[in-house]
Design a protein around this ligand. Structure first.
Ligand SMILES: *[C@@H]1O[C@H](CO)[C@@H](O)[C@H](O)[C@H]1NC(C)=O
Ligand SMILES: *[C@@H]1O[C@H](CO)[C@@H](O)[C@H](O)[C@H]1NC(C)=O
Length: 434
C-alpha cells in the first residue's frame, strides 16, 4: 500500500480593508499593513461601480477625494494575478440637493433656496453659499462665499433671498454633531435673469431660441472682463461648460452642433454672471419657430418666424400664443408692432402639416417696480453724504475766498487780484463739476 500525503500550509484569512473619511476624503488601509498594496474604491450598494476619478479605473493611492454622495467601500489588492482583501465596511457620504425656486427671476420676487438631505429631522444645520466662478480651473469650478446670517448655520432647510436682480449661483451643505461633521457641498444651482447688463452680457448668433441640431451656433460674451467661460445648464440639472461641448475662441464659444436639448446658457467671468438665454435643439425634419433669444422691451416691435430646414413653407402659416391662434396668413412672419406685457407667453407655429415646439417670449417692463429696499437705502445714504460734502466744500470755499480777499487787499497788487479771479473761476468750475 502506498500512502500519499498532501501537506497543507495554513493560509490566513484574507485581511479586511478599512475605510475612513474626513470631509470628502476617503482613506483605505489594510491591516496588518505591509507594502505592495494597491487600493481600490467602489461606489454604490452592490460594489458594482468601480470608482473612476481622472479616468483611471482604480487607485494605487490610499486616498481619494470624492465629490459625489453615495455609499463607498474599498479593498486592497496585490500580486499577479491580483489577490484581493475583503471589502471594507461601507461609509456613507451625504451630498445634499439644492433646489432654487423660481428658476427665472421676475422683478420684485424673492428667491427660495432649499437644501435637502436624507433624514432631515435629525438635527442638521444648513449653510448657504454664493457660487463665485473660478476661471483658473480648466474644468469649470466655483469658490463658495457664505451668504449673510449663515455662518452658524440655519435650523431651517430653506433660505430666502430678497432683491436678487442678476443671474446667480448658489450652493448649500449641512452639518451636525460635536465636533461638527459636514456633508459634501451640493451641486451649484442657479437663478437666471434674461435682462442684458453692460457689465456682462451674452449674445447668440443666429439670434433665436430654437435651432436645428445640425446648426452651428456662436455664443459671445461681452463686458468688463478679458476672460470668460460659457456655461450650460441642461434642464433639469446638468451643468457643463463650453470646453465640454464647443470651442472657445477669445470670448466666443462656437458650437458645431447644438444637441437636441432644452438648456440655459450664460457667461461667467471671475466676478460676474451675465444674462441667461434659453436655447433648444430640434431635429432637422421639425418645423421651427423663430423667436428672439432676449426678452423684448415693452413698446418695441418683435418679429416671429416659422421655418423648415430646407424647403420654403408652401401652405398657410398659423401662429399661436398659449395654444390660441393669433394669426393665420400665408406669410411666414408675424410682427407685433408694440409689445406689451400681455404678449408674454408660449408661442408656436403650424404649417405644412407640422407644428413647431413652443418657446417662451419674455417681455421686460420699461418701468420696473424697484422691489428691494437696498438700492433705495444706498441712494438715500449717498445723497446725505453728498449734501454734507457739498456743504463742507461751500464752507471751505467761502473761508478760502475770505482769506484770499484779505491777503489780496493786504499786498494790494494788480496781478495778485487777477490770480485771485482766476483761482475763483477755477474754484467755481470745480464746484460746478462736483
Ligand atoms: C426661458 O424659458 C422659461 C420657461 O421655460 C421662461 O420662464 C423664461 O423667462 C425664459 N427666459 C428667457 C430669457 O426668455
Ligand atoms: C478665432 O477668432 C479670430 C477672430 O475672429 C479668427 O481670426 C481666428 O481664426 C479664430 N481662431 C480659431 C481657432 O477659430
Amino acid at each position: 500500500e502506498s500512502v500519499s500525503f498532501i501537506v497543507l500550509k495554513s493560509i490566513p484569512d484574507p485581511p479586511k480593508a478599512q475605510i475612513s473619511r474626513n470631509g470628502g476624503t476617503l482613506t483605505c488601509s489594510v491591516n496588518p499593513s505591509s507594502s505592495g498594496w494597491s487600493y481600490y474604491f467602489y461606489r454604490g450598494e452592490k460594489n458594482q461601480e468601480v470608482l473612476t476619478v481622472q479616468n483611471t479605473d482604480f487607485h494605487s493611492n490610499r486616498e481619494i477625494r470624492v465629490s459625489q454622495g453615495g455609499v463607498y467601500r474599498c479593498r486592497g489588492g496585490r500580486g499577479e494575478p491580483v489577490y484581493h482583501t475583503e471589502f471594507s465596511d461601507p461609509v456613507t457620504i451625504v451630498e445634499p440637493v439644492l433646489r432654487v425656486s423660481p428658476w427665472w427671476l421676475s422683478p420684485g420676487a424673492s428667491v427660495t433656496l432649499s437644501c435637502e438631505v436624507e433624514h432631515v429631522s435629525a438635527g442638521w444645520s444648513f449653510y448657504w453659499y454664493k457660487a463665485v466662478p473660478d476661471l483658473s480651473h480648466k474644468s469649470g469650478s466655483y469658490s463658495y462665499e457664505l451668504l449673510p446670517a449663515s455662518s452658524n448655520g440655519t435650523a431651517d432647510n430653506s433660505y430666502i433671498i430678497h432683491g436678487q436682480t442678476h443671474t446667480a449661483g448658489y450652493v448649500c451643505r449641512a452639518g451636525r454633531g460635536e465636533p461638527h461633521f459636514y456633508t459634501l457641498y451640493s451641486q451649484p444651482h442657479f437663478v437666471w435673469s434674461g435682462d442684458l447688463h453692460p457689465s456682462a452680457s451674452l449674445s447668440v448668433s443666429p439670434d433665436r431660441v430654437q435651432h436645428f441640431t445640425s446648426d452651428s451656433v456662436s455664443l459671445s460674451c461681452e463686458g468688463n472682463s478679458a476672460e470668460w467661460r460659457v456655461s450650460r445648464f441642461l434642464l433639469p440639472d446638468f451643468l457643463s461648460f463650453c470646453s465640454d461641448w464647443g470651442t472657445m475662441n477669445g470670448s466666443t464659444c462656437h458650437v458645431q452642433k447644438i444637441q437636441s436639448s432644452n438648456a440655459v446658457y450664460w457667461c461667467e467671468s471671475g466676478s460676474a454672471f451675465s444674462n441667461a438665454v434659453n436655447i433648444t435643439g430640434h431635429y432637422d425634419d421639425e418645423l421651427l419657430l423663430l423667436s428672439p433669444v432676449h426678452p423684448v422691451t415693452e413698446g418695441h416691435s418683435v418679429t416671429l418666424g416659422c421655418k423648415l430646414r430646407t424647403e420654403n413653407l408652401l401652405s398657410k402659416v398659423f401662429f399661436y400664443q398659449n395654444d390660441t391662434i393669433i394669426q393665420s396668413e400665408s406669410r411666414v412672419e408675424m410682427i407685433i408692432p408694440a409689445v406689451s406685457k400681455s404678449h408674454e407667453g408660449f408661442y408656436k407655429c403650424q404649417s405644412s402639416g407640422k407644428e413647431s415646439p413652443q418657446s417662451w417670449l419674455a417681455v421686460t417692463s420699461t418701468s420696473r417696480p424697484d422691489s428691494s429696499s437696498f438700492p433705495v437705502l444706498v441712494v438715500a445714504l449717498t445723497s446725505v453724504v453728498l449734501v454734507i460734502f457739498l456743504f463742507m466744500m461751500w464752507f471751505l470755499y467761502k473761508r478760502s475766498r475770505d482769506s484770499d480777499i484779505i491777503s489780496s487787499s493786504q499786498d494790494n497788487n494788480q496781478s495778485s487780484a487777477a490770480d485771485h479771479r482766476e483761482a475763483q473761476h477755477r474754484n467755481d468750475s470745480m464746484l460746478l463739476h462736483g
